[in-house]
Design a protein around this ligand. Structure first.
Ligand SMILES: [Zn+2]
Length: 265
């Protein structure tokens, strides 16, 4: 089984004590590729370090997370754009991410978040890169932006999707867009068991969002990228197919969306 964790923060301090071991555990269960979404300026060197250490197993994406949009964002965004324009040798950024809207923690920054999101969607269009979208308590506002910004070049994923069937259908109405499915699919009250039967397998990619949102039976503990294998099992159970089939199709989806063909192996 070959799996890609399409959204993992394994570069964060939570793994400073055992990152090598966590990477070894990935290899053991067939998780042979990790995509690392950026958060803010401070997380950039951490992502670069992981790419330097595992150039054949990690790729990064570059963007400013909506929870880190605050006064003075112009300077922060300018630095992130500079990094986006200067990828490491042999390791192009695979997406603009993670970007989006989060009204769960702070609604006062909505206007700033909207402006920063539109700017970063524009980066993606100019560079023909996909976007990785974080959305929390803000589907309505997100869809207003995406509906108006959508064009032939804009592709992406709504990562850690936890919405309802209507919201899933809205995302899937955008050609080539994916739902990122993670540990919430294993939660009894997660709601995805009602949504996923209506989602074609070729519109799903798998992720952990580690160190957050660990799947059952590790719920509440530190999440890690090897657990994406558990997510594959769970999606298979809901879809009524084998985990091998889920791994094969979702890996192909991720390779296609992020332009990773030829990098694997
Ligand atoms: Zn994330």
């Amino acid at each position: 089984m070959h799996l890609i964790d399409t959204h993992t923060h394994l570069y964060q301090p939570a793994f400073d004590g055992d990152r090598e071991e966590a990477m070894n555990r990935c290899q053991k269960v067939g998780v042979d590729f990790l995509l690392l979404p950026n958060i803010d300026v401070d997380s950039v060197p951490r992502i670069q370090n992981m790419i330097a250490r595992w150039p054949n197993r990690c790729r990064g994406m570059m963007g400013l997370h909506p929870c880190h949009v605050k006064e003075g964002w112009e300077k922060e965004l300018k630095k992130i754009e500079e990094v986006l324009n200067a990828p490491m040798p042999q390791s192009p950024w695979v997406a603009v991410g993670e970007i989006g809207l989060d009204l769960h923690w702070d609604t006062s920054t909505l206007d700033l978040q909207l402006e920063v999101l539109r700017i970063q969607l524009d980066w993606a269009k100019q560079r023909a890169l996909p976007v990785v979208i974080h959305v929390r308590s803000a589907f309505k506002q997100l869809f207003e932006v995406l509906d108006s910004e959508m064009d032939d070049t804009l592709k992406g994923v709504v990562h850690c999707f936890t919405g309802d069937t209507q919201e899933a259908n809205h995302v899937l109405s955008y050609p080539g867009w994916m739902l990122g499915i993670g540990g919430v699919s294993t939660y009894k009250k997660g709601g995805l068991d009602r949504v996923l039967p209506h989602v074609p397998l070729d519109r799903i990619i798998l992720e952990t969002d580690s160190p957050y949102l660990a799947p059952v039976p590790y719920r509440g503990k530190r999440n890690e990228s090897s657990y994406v294998a558990i997510v594959a099992e769970r999606v298979a159970e809901i879809a009524g197919v084998t985990a091998d089939e889920v791994a094969k199709v979702t890996t192909e989806n991720a390779l296609r969306l992020f332009g990773l063909d030829g990098l694997k192996g």
